[in-house]
Ligand binder design. Structure first.
Ligand code: AMP
Ligand code: MG
Length: 268
């Protein structure tokens, strides 16, 4: 799914991108996407099984989005077919007091995936150049050095056997309004409403600039960003799932050959 991949050094203009795009699957609709996603999930589950058996590679999926962007829904829909034993999902919220006493990568690194596993980050170290920048939580000189640290950190992980895929779920300001209103109107969604989300919404423009800089600074050959149109949830799910499938396929993994000579073994 290379159409949403941001190549190294590319110019990125988030405001001009079509968040309702469905051009990768022009013949599909919400309804028609259901069996297609089911098939993709099976394919992803098979690939994950081989990665688990092989045990030499890890996959890190970084998910970033504005509030209501669909990070939770994506994790639920995309990964529900995969063996739960092989997946670790970590959400990164406001740092704790202890976390604040360390460098910003301290809490991140320990959740990087072990060999054979998939780790999903629901928010990530990118918050340290997004909300932290927009809200001036540290001076510019601190956050502006972080792109370099992040490239180095991700280089370390990839050099040591982790494949990294970074995904921004890109929604529009209008779509966010609808989703926030739905959270207010539907009692089963009330729990998701956080008044702080309105502050971030009011800073939308600053966030888009921060996202553009973060993505252009850190989309590398070894840890690429994908900006996925996410106003339509069915489409977002297909694109994200296919992106993970493509990534795992690119590892050319196969089931390991047993060290034992199995030809004479009989089970009584
Ligand atoms: P949620 O994803 O809805 O649970 O919200 C988590 C909140 O934590 C979001 O508002 C994030 O922007 C915020 N957050 C995550 N990481 C950081 C960070 N490093 N510094 C400050 N706030 C953060
Ligand atoms: Mg939230």
């Amino acid at each position: 799914m290379d159409r949403y991949r941001i190549s190294e050094g590319a110019h990125l203009d988030l405001r001009s991108m079509d968040t309702r795009d469905t051009s990768a699957y022009p013949s599909l609709s919400k309804k028609k996407a259901v069996p297609v996603l089911a098939q993709m999930r099976r394919e992803l589950a098979d690939l994950q099984r081989v990665m688990w058996a092989d045990g030499n590679h890890a996959l890190l999926v970084v998910l970033q989005a504005m509030d209501t962007g669909g990070k939770d829904g994506t994790i639920r829909k995309v990964l529900s077919g995969v063996n739960p034993q092989g997946v670790d999902v970590t959400g990164f919220g406001v740092p704790t007091e202890e976390e604040m006493k360390h460098d910003y990568l301290w809490r991140i690194h320990r959740h990087a995936p072990a060999k054979g596993r998939i780790a999903v980050f629901n928010r990530s170290h990118y918050e340290d150049v997004l909300i932290v920048r927009v809200n001036n939580l540290v001076p510019r000189v601190r956050w502006s050095n972080r792109y370099d640290h992040i490239r180095g950190f991700e280089r370390l992980l990839t050099d040591e056997g982790t494949t990294i895929v970074k995904i921004m779920l890109h929604i529009s300001l209008d779509e966010q309004k609808e989703r926030l209103e739905a959270r207010l109107a539907d009692p089963s969604k009330n729990y998701k409403f956080n008044p702080n989300d309105l502050d971030a919404r009011a800073q939308w423009d600053e966030y888009m600039t921060a996202y553009e800089d973060a993505i252009t600074e850190t989309s590398t050959s070894y840890a690429p960003w994908f900006v996925v149109p996410a106003d339509r949830k069915w489409y977002r799910n297909l694109v994200v799932t296919q992106t993970l499938i493509d990534t795992l396929k690119g590892l050319n993994l196969s089931y390991p050959v047993s060290d034992h000579d199995l030809s004479d073994v009989t089970v009584n």
